[in-house]
Design a protein around this ligand. Structure first.
Ligand code: NCD
Ligand code: ZN
Length: 345
């Protein structure tokens, strides 16, 4: 508690275990924000066309490194976009060569640029078996795409229909349940074996679905999986701040231009990279759990992935920071708000 009252918080350098860095101009606009906040990040592969083979990931990694500010000290960790046609040998070789840190399962049609995703998990059975064998983590977008299922229920139904059976068949498979948004996901991950963990975004700790729908439709609060009822937000806050090594930081920062968000058919995704640590820390402080922030931000993820903890530290100062209304054509999370912490440097 003494630490909670102090004016600064210094923690080991953190990592972001789920980020969309995009490509081209958008990559150059956004990568510096992530590199300023984090030492490493799991980079999502949903480009068009997707990052599906080891050679694609090696080339994308080069483009990310080339787009970094000169003084950046940042390591992108690459992922493979699984499709019905993923070649288990290419995937395993990419993992062995240190190109692929993990693979990402997008159910086809679940979210932005998921059209090439997996249409039936049975189609990649050989790939998943190989991943379990070699200890390669599977990052999961946990939503079914069945048109009969209500969008607010798609995560819970995915657990029941897809994830629970998958883990019964392949109990050794390392799974990260990405951007958990429900109490069902929290309960599932908590009761699963140690090889199952989850990332939690800042937005799902801050907002429930009212933020999107009350007083007018607010496209900048729309992401997938969509924010749920308040009881789910409370379950996520409890999990994130619990100290459990099964829950760790993954921003799901997903920039889209203002025009792409403010549209008759707006894109899903919240751009939270610029003030991600400040945003999370606000939650930990409100929950009286500042002393557990370092585990969530800087330790649990690395331990789960079997990677070394980062050297060095970052310091957050208790000071007001105003979040701009827009950053180069993209509206950030908390736009126009004042947060109570500022990342130094
Ligand atoms: C992500 C994107 O825009 O790439 N959007 C989102 O709402 N989170 C895709 C994803 O992670 O689902
Ligand atoms: Zn994402």
């Amino acid at each position: 508690m003494a630490r909670a009252m102090s004016e600064t918080l210094t923690i080991r350098r953190p990592d972001d275990w789920h980020v969309h860095l995009r490509d081209g101009d958008m990559l150059r606009h956004v990568v510096g924000h992530t590199a300023r906040q984090f030492a490493r990040a799991i980079v999502m592969p949903n480009l068009t066309p997707p990052v599906a083979r080891a050679a694609d990931a090696a080339a994308y990694r080069q483009r990310i490194l080339a787009a970094l500010p000169a003084d950046a000290d940042f390591t992108p960790l690459m992922t493979c976009y699984l499709t019905d046609a993923t070649d288990a040998d290419d995937l395993a070789a990419g993992h062995a060569d240190g190109i692929f840190t993990a693979a990402k399962l997008y159910p086809a049609g679940a979210t932005t640029n998921s059209a090439n995703g997996v249409t039936d998990i049975g189609n990649i059975r050989d790939v998943l078996e190989r991943m379990a064998e070699v200890g390669m983590p599977l990052c999961v977008h946990g939503e079914v795409t069945d048109p009969e299922i209500d969008v607010f229920d798609r995560e819970a139904v995915f657990i029941e229909r897809v994830l629970a059976p998958l883990l019964r068949d392949l109990p050794e498979l390392k799974v990260v349940f990405e951007h958990a948004t429900t109490e069902e996901a929290v309960a599932f991950v908590e009761s699963a074996r140690p090889n199952v963990a989850a990332t939690i975004t800042p937005q799902h700790l801050h907002i429930n679905r009212n933020a999107m729908l009350v007083g007018g439709i607010r496209p900048h609060a729309y992401c997938l999986p969509v924010a749920k009822r308040e009881k789910h937000r409370l379950a996520l806050r409890k999990a994130a701040t619990s100290g459990s090594g099964k829950f760790f930081l993954g921003t799901d920062s997903a920039p889209h231009t203002r025009e792409a968000k403010e549209s008759g058919c707006g894109c899903a995704g919240i751009f939270n990279a610029p003030f991600a640590l400040e945003s999370y820390l606000t939650v930990f402080e409100a929950e009286g759990a500042i002393e557990r922030f370092e585990g969530f931000a800087s330790e649990h993820g690395a331990r789960f992935y079997g990677l070394p903890l980062n050297e060095g530290t970052v310091t957050l100062q208790r000071a007001p920071v105003e979040v701009p209304a827009e950053l180069r054509g993209v509206v950030p999370f908390h736009a126009g708000d004042t947060l109570g912490w500022r990342l130094a440097g």
